[in-house]
Design a protein around this ligand. Structure first.
Ligand SMILES: [Fe+2]
Ligand SMILES: [Fe+2]
Length: 203
């Protein structure tokens, strides 16, 4: 596979597209790039000897949200990426990539091959930690909501949301990474809450 050319295709289809009202244009492109790195790193950590599918993991991650905005985006995404990539990889690789895109949201509904499970987990992980805060601030800014709205979310919904998403992860290593990210968010939000009330961190 020609990664440079395929990455260009990803940029052309998502680089400037506004596919989600609460997120900045191009989000799906940059999110896909990050998911590819996270999924590959996760593969090294949990399946160190199984590097044979890294190419489909990378390309599947790049395109997993190409259908975003046309729901169900995983089904439309599978069609779109097949169209974009059919002349740029073998039938076997294309089948695996389409599988990743088409099944990335259908977590824990059946036994998935490792290349799907890794992208499913990486997709979740990219929405937590500092990225979670970025998404939350964008969400509030888009709705012109005050900082208090954000703090209300962290006080009333965040813990339940995190506990629910955590059950969807496939690998214990993903849970470990997820928990570290969650801890960072809780520490950050505690400081945000204090500073939003005019307190000083030194007190
Ligand atoms: Fe998605
Ligand atoms: Fe995603």
């Amino acid at each position: 596979m020609d990664f440079g050319l395929i990455q260009d295709k990803a940029w052309q289809s998502m680089g400037k597209r506004h596919s989600h009202p609460d997120r900045e244009p191009g989000y799906a492109y940059y999110h896909g790039q990050r998911v590819a790195k996270i999924a590959t790193r996760l593969r090294e950590l949990v399946l160190p000897a199984q590097s044979g599918d890294d190419d489909v993991i990378v390309v599947g991650s790049w395109f997993h949200d190409v259908g975003k905005g046309i729901e169900p985006h995983w089904e439309y995404g599978a069609l779109i990426c097949r169209e974009i990539l059919q002349d740029h990889c073998t039938n076997e690789k294309l089948k695996q990539i389409v599988e990743i895109v088409g099944e990335h949201t259908l977590r824990k509904t059946k036994e998935y091959p490792h290349y799907v499970q890794l992208v499913q987990d990486a997709d979740i992980l990219d929405h937590f930690g500092s990225q979670e805060i970025w998404l939350n601030f964008w969400h509030c800014a888009y709705r012109r909501e005050a900082l208090e709205h954000s703090l209300e979310f962290y006080r009333e919904s965040y813990v339940e949301h995190v506990a629910q998403v955590r059950t969807l992860l496939n690998y214990p290593k993903s849970v470990e990474i997820f928990d570290e990210k969650d801890q960072f968010v809780r520490t950050f939000i505690e400081r945000l809450r204090r500073e939003a009330e005019g307190e000083l961190a030194i007190d």
